[in-house]
Design a binder for this molecule. Structure first.
Ligand SMILES: CCCCCCCCCCCCCCCC(=O)SCCNC(=O)CCNC(=O)[C@H](O)C(C)(C)COP(=O)(O)OP(=O)(O)OC[C@H]1O[C@@H](n2cnc3c(N)ncnc32)[C@H](O)[C@@H]1OP(=O)(O)O
Length: 170
């Protein structure tokens, strides 16, 4: 297993914003953007692991600015950190006004993917090596996010153990 540079995991997707993908505000549906984010992030994870992957978690998707129909939606993703079998993927979303060229950060997200084998069992992945300032920042700050995720998973598990599974009308 060979360590890879973060840039080797980069995936880029650019798309127009078409009316069927917009809401009553004429901006891109949040759910549509989340689907783009999961899609591109999984490509970065697979580029790194060269194995099937599953999404283990999405920390949050922060919608910082709306994306309008006169703009294009540009997504960039890369693996910023790896554990044993898990990979943290950062996704940056920009809205670009195609007439003026103005670019706005519209959303950011961190997702965690786990490399799995054909039986769905987790398998090890190599490390990633940061080079640019931004990559180094994302790589160095990952440890805190990983700890926060562990705490959140524990809390989710406790909630899952507490909530009932009855049908709503029972
Ligand atoms: C018509 C033809 C179409 C063809 C089309 C082909 C398309 C081809 C490409 C498709 C690309 C699709 C990519 C989409 C992928 C999904 O959409 S997958 C669907 C949604 N996700 C799932 O269903 C996952 C369900 N969960 C699971 O399977 C298990 O919980 C997991 C994630 C495998 C973890 O299992 P586990 O027993 O906890 O495993 P364990 O070995 O203890 O932990 C493994 C690692 O996961 C980490 N982890 C576990 N839970 C979490 C968590 N909540 N948060 C963060 N890390 C976690 C652990 O910390 C550990 O990390 P490492 O220390 O190894 O680094």
């Amino acid at each position: 297993m060979k360590d890879t540079y973060i840039r080797e995991t980069l995936a880029v997707k650019v798309s127009h914003v078409f009316p069927p993908d917009t809401n009553n505000h004429h901006t891109l549906f949040g759910g549509k953007l989340m689907s783009y984010i999961d899609d591109i992030a999984s490509i970065s994870a697979m580029r790194h692991s060269r194995s099937p992957v599953v999404t283990a978690s999405t920390d949050s998707v922060d919608f910082l600015a709306p994306i309008r129909t006169d703009e294009s939606v540009c997504l960039e993703s890369c693996v910023t950190w790896t554990g044993t079998s898990s990979m943290e993927v950062f996704v940056k979303v920009l809205a670009e006004n195609l007439i003026t060229g103005q670019r706005t950060i519209a959303a950011t997200a961190f997702l965690t993917f786990v490399a799995v084998n054909d039986e769905g069992r987790s398998v090890p992945v190599a490390n990633v090596i940061p080079e640019t300032e931004e990559e180094k920042y994302l790589h160095e700050t990952a440890k805190d996010r990983v700890e926060a995720r562990k705490r959140r998973k524990q809390a989710s598990q406790e909630l899952a153990n507490f909530i009932h599974k009855n049908k709503p009308w029972e």
